[in-house]
Design a protein around this ligand. Sequence first.
Ligand SMILES: [Zn+2]
Length: 408
Amino acid sequence: MVNRTAPAIAILIATLVLVNFAPAAEQSSSQIKVDDLSFYRAPTTTTPYPLPSAKKVRNVILCIGDGMGLSQITLASMKAGGLAGRLCMERMPVTGIVRTYSANSKVTDSAAAGTAMAAGIKTKNGMIGVAPDGKAYQTVLEAAKAKGMATGLVATSTITHATPASFASHVNSRATETAIAEQLIANKVNVLFGGGRKYFLPRSDPNSARKDDQDLIAEARQAGYTYVATERELHSAHSTHLLGLFQFDSLTTFAPEPNLASLTRKAIEVLRKANGKSALAEPGFFLMVEGSQIDWACHDNDPKRAIRQTLLFDQAVQAAVDFALQDGHTLVIVTADHETGGLTLLEGSKTGSDPAVRWSMKGHTSSPVPISALGPRAAIFAGIQDNTDIPRKIAGLLGITPFPRPVQ
Ligand SMILES: [Zn+2]
């Protein structure tokens, strides 16, 4: 005789198991995803990359690891390549040190640090592209654009977040991401890749974070942008102005989203093409690429996520370096806006294990951060410098003068 109640009981038990254990199962699957570093290939040599013989800088790629101090880099490097290994960014031929204080604090936030690295001025924490008195200063991206160069911003946060915002907008508060979105489009930055679609959608959309009817995606299209939201759309787009918003909020940094390296490669492809079509004919581009979420992992004192985010960022640096080595006229700079968490690396339980880590805090610190460079004139980034020196040096190399200067 067939037992008819057995399947019903089995389904009931299965349901209870699913109900009770689904959150745990979900958590462990996302932990497995965080632990999976198979996407990353560590360099097979520790030899520094060569410096090119060319003297003229045509293109600048500024790579910013948000919250990425020396300990964050070393932790990721030890995990990926062992004690003697190197990340791509550790093979840069020139290295230096950057001081990061802001106008009103020893400890900067990403807005003041971004403004320092974009506009060459110290401002108060929270302010974007403006001096402490609210006066707007031209950024190195805007100055490059005014010279006829193509420009781009790539981030894994919302594209309106403090660091990318600092390069092409001017607001008194980093929290006004809807206003920042308007300025990014009005500035006609050729490439805008990141998250934050909710700041571009009109309030009639259920996912919108706007309080008005402005549809910035429609406005961007009218202004000549192609809009993309998936990796497939990204790769089939052939526009000189590309708006890629891959999430409503920040990126997940997991597939099926395009990863930061893939976004960086596409950005370079678009900018090279855009520049070839520039009527002003001053060849070259300026691109800023941010590994936004190293900072977030460090705020949470989570070493595994910090390692993963640092390796995702290093993969993007590798994409920039591969292009620069082939091009010969591209300067790649890798640095951070500040250190987050006060990360210290210790011995660990046994030889060969990952280092033990100790965090001093959940916020940012005033520890200096490393800078490294590759390409023509890279040597000017050696030594100890202020974060405001970075765009001043870039402006000097691109013949942008005077810099810094207020917006006219
Ligand atoms: Zn932070």
